[in-house]
Design a protein around this ligand. Structure first.
Ligand code: TYD
Length: 208
């Protein structure tokens, strides 16, 4: 059976969770049993690393942050993603390599060479067949994220508007560079319309 890895990307507040849920239901209705994983997390090591990353009181340099995300990812790939793909199940990732490129690269300003080297080590080159980018203006995303978390932003969400704007532009640049892999959808569209667009692409992939 064909191996299918899909990632969902977007700045905080872009509505990824809603679409993950809808995509998962659609796949289930097709008789599939998709595995949904969030990054960082999904393994014991990943959840611990997630705790460090989201804790604003833990100081870190940009490089250390990059490597922490990569260590969580390396573990998730080897322990969970590859074995699940081998079983023929679809794997959907809530954030993956493009989050690192957008947040640690464009957001924090780490160079593409450094980021790509770290990603290569962590992933061994594993790349999604499809990456769905939910695009939203930084101000709108931040407002939505703040109301969803009752105004308690975590260490990464707490970064300023200018940071999130760079992340958003980074995502758009990444999508432009790989138009075959990316499906970019304005996140301000109604949920059902976004879901429809995602379903069409995923079904096409499944039937190809
Ligand atoms: P999370 O609470 O999962 O945010 P969301 O619900 O928006 O996905 O927190 C993950 C945070 O980590 C999010 O702000 C994006 C950031 N992140 C990076 O900076 N680099 C990465 O490689 C990944 C996977 C996430």
């Amino acid at each position: 059976m064909e191996k299918l890895l899909i990632s969902l990307e977007g700045i905080d507040g872009s509505g990824k969770s809603t679409q993950l849920d809808l995509l998962s239901k659609m796949l289930q209705s097709q008789g599939r049993n998709p595995l949904i994983l969030r990054e960082p997390g999904g393994t014991t090591l990943g959840e611990r690393v997630r705790g460090i990353l989201l804790d604003g009181s833990v100081e870190r340099s940009a490089i250390a942050e990059l490597l922490l995300f990569c260590s969580a990812r390396a573990e998730l790939i080897r322990r969970v993603i590859l074995p699940t793909l081998d079983e023929g199940r679809v794997v959907i990732l809530d954030r993956f390599i493009d989050s690192t490129r957008a947040y640690q690269g464009y957001g924090l300003g780490l160079g593409a060479t450094v980021i790509d080297a770290a990603l290569r080590i962590a992933t061994g080159g594993l790349t999604p067949a499809l990456t769905i980018l939910l695009d939203i203006e930084a101000t709108t995303g931040l407002r939505r994220a703040a109301s969803a978390s009752n105004g308690v932003a975590d260490a990464i969400e707490g970064r300023e508007l200018a940071f999130m704007e760079r992340v958003r532009q980074g995502y758009l640049a990444l999508a432009e560079r790989e138009p075959e892999r990316f499906l970019t959808i304005p996140a301000t569209k109604p949920h059902e319309e976004i879901a429809q667009q995602i379903n069409e692409r995923v079904l096409k992939l499944l039937n190809s």
